[in-house]
Design a protein around this ligand. Structure first.
Ligand code: COA
Length: 179
């Protein structure tokens, strides 16, 4: 598959509903790559209200980027957000790529763009993010992008686990850092 010709810009309030759709459907997708999705039933319960996306876009401490396919009328195909947490440290979240664009190198480009923006704009030298502990292949993907496990944090949405079997008792978020 040819590399997608991506353009990036900071998200505006008008992007909120499209970003919400991309994030929600990307997280719900049952990816066929082993251990990429983790628990499919849990993934299918993932919801992000449009108000949460609107609040992120409006928050001056968070910069949300959208990735656009320059060869497809600038269709919105991915997103990510970054927040400056210290003089040399930024937190990354809400990385998502439209289902139909996944596995084509878009996620890699979106993450690299966000890191590069932080370096250029804030002089960031250290990045952190987290991933659900069951998503082994995703964690390895972050390893290939230079992230290393630093610890764990609790999975806070315990009610979402009700009735789901096959989840480990120690389900948590793996905290990762790249320096
Ligand atoms: C995580 C996510 C953003 C990755 O996006 P993506 O566009 O699929 O990522 P890439 O194409 O850059 O990389 C995907 C990996 O798939 C594999 N891959 C790439 N092309 C492939 C192909 N043709 N066939 C099979 N696998 C392929 C490679 O292993 C690649 O990793 P590598 O670059 O280290 O070799 C995307 O899966 C997503 O939106 N998931 C749901 C939301 C989510 O989980 N976000 C992260 C929360 S912590």
């Amino acid at each position: 598959m040819a590399t997608t010709n991506l353009q990036f810009r900071i998200a505006t309030a008008d992007d909120a509903s499209k970003v919400q759709q991309i994030v929600q459907s990307a997280f719900q997708t049952n990816d066929s790559r082993p251990d990429w999705t983790g628990n499919v039933e849990l993934a299918s319960k993932f919801r992000i209200p449009v108000e949460e996306v609107q609040a992120k876009i409006a928050n001056p401490d968070i910069t949300t980027f959208v990735a656009l396919d320059a060869d497809k009328d600038n269709a919105l195909v991915g997103c990510i957000d970054v927040s400056k947490r210290g003089t040399d440290y930024a937190r990354i979240s809400m990385l998502a790529v439209d289902d139909s664009y996944q596995r084509g190198g878009v996620g890699r480009q979106v993450l690299a763009y966000a890191e590069d923006y932080c370096r250029r704009t804030w002089g960031t030298e250290k990045f952190s993010l987290n991933a659900l502990s069951t998503r082994k292949a995703l964690i390895e993907w972050y390893n290939r992008r230079g992230y290393r496990k630093t610890g764990t944090s609790p999975f806070p949405f315990r009610e979402a686990l009700e009735g789901i079997s096959g989840l480990p008792d120690d389900l948590c978020f793996i905290e990762m850092e790249k320096a």
